[in-house]
Ligand binder design. Structure first.
Ligand code: 3EB
Length: 343
């Protein structure tokens, strides 16, 4: 996915990763990382978010590589490793859960991670969070009387509000998935100096308005964000699932959940195309990351996706728990379209 001079995204295998050029890489996320990978900064100064989710269907180790098409500069702000261009910053933080503290351990880790992210953005002057990826160990487990995903939501909302950032409306696109027990919390993100357009899905209630039954602290994310920059439109679609309104639908039916998820993404694409005239985002122009709760569902999921996306699609499949127990699949996506197409 390459737009002249602008941002682009590739999913590559270990072999491709090892032979790739580095000059314009902004940041990397690795899935089921090899033991040789280390989180934080790798030897070439590129920030690497190391996530322990098993890779399904693709090669065993996959690399999500964000390139910026220009020279970039690396840095470290406390625990946040980052790399930046004049317009954009990629950062990542790995935060183990502390022993002790006023709040449950995952909540403490999330408070710390988001404080560090906000401090980095303030110090480097990239005010606009575009996209945040959150990987929470054991996301569905209850502890201290609440589900760990809710502990995360409480901390995320708290820090963003305390930092003077919006908690409804102008909030980043996001994903929040499970990681294996005993993994650290890993958060990586893209931020910009230009504000994005915030896109909601007419088929779904905005997550920041969800009723309290999903937790007293609402999930702070937009369904998608759209950035016009460096000759292209970049579209970041949040983790999207089989939710209509605020309810999970097709409980227990992986085929129907997959179709509903794709219908939701289609609805978001229609909204994005209204906001970005001429960009003509289509399902086939996206790079997709598919989170699968139960590996044995993969053949059904792939059959549906092949129909809609075509076989050549840039798609990776990861085993991960979804933040609601009744959801079996979640799909996130990114698309980059040259502005020239907007003529
Ligand atoms: C949903 O639509 C499914 O808490 O950051 C998707 C994307 C979901 C992001 C988050 C949660 C998050 O509510 C879950």
């Amino acid at each position: 996915m390459r737009a002249s001079g602008g941002l682009h995204l590739d999913y590559v295998s270990l072999a491709e990763y090892q032979t790739a050029g580095w000059a314009d890489v902004l940041g990397v996320a690795t899935f089921q990382a090899t033991p040789a990978d280390s989180s934080g900064m790798d030897c070439s100064g590129i920030p690497v978010a190391r996530i322990n989710t098993p890779v399904l269907a693709n090669e065993p180790h996959m690399y999500e590589v964000w390139r910026c098409g220009e020279a970039a500069e690396s840095g470290q702000h406390d625990r946040v490793s980052y790399r930046r261009t004049p317009d954009m910053l990629f950062g990542c933080i790995t935060q183990p859960e502390p022993h002790g503290g006023r709040h449950p351990p995952l909540q403490e880790a999330t408070l710390e991670a988001y404080r560090q992210i906000c401090a980095t953005l303030d110090a480097q002057n990239y005010p606009h969070l575009l996209r945040v990826w959150n990987y929470l160990p054991d996301i569905n487990r209850e502890s201290h009387g609440t589900e760990r995903y809710r502990q995360f939501n409480s901390a995320r909302l708290h820090v963003l509000r305390a930092n003077g950032r919006p908690i409804i409306g102008g909030v980043p696109a996001a994903s929040a998935l499970g990681a294996p027990r005993d993994s650290p919390l890993v958060v990586y993100f893209l931020a910009a100096r230009t504000a994005p357009i915030f896109v909601e899905n007419p088929r779904q209630m905005s997550a920041y308005h969800y009723p309290r039954q999903y937790g007293t602290h609402r999930p702070v994310f937009s369904r998608a964000t759209l950035l016009r920059q460096s000759g292209s439109f970049s579209l970041f679609i949040s983790g999207t699932a089989s939710i209509v309104g605020h309810r999970s639908v097709h409980v227990g039916d992986i085929g129907a959940q997959t179709r509903e998820t794709l219908t939701n993404i289609q609805a978001l694409l229609a909204e994005a195309n209204r906001a970005a005239p001429g960009a003509a985002f289509t399902l086939r122009s996206l790079a997709c990351k598919v989170y699968v709760r139960r590996p044995f569902d993969l053949p059904i999921i792939q059959a549906h996706l092949n129909e809609v996306l075509g076989r050549g699609a840039r798609t990776i499949f990861l085993q991960a728990d979804i933040c609601r127990q009744d959801l079996l699949i979640e799909i996130e996506a990114a698309g980059i379209r040259p502005l020239a197409a907007a003529a």
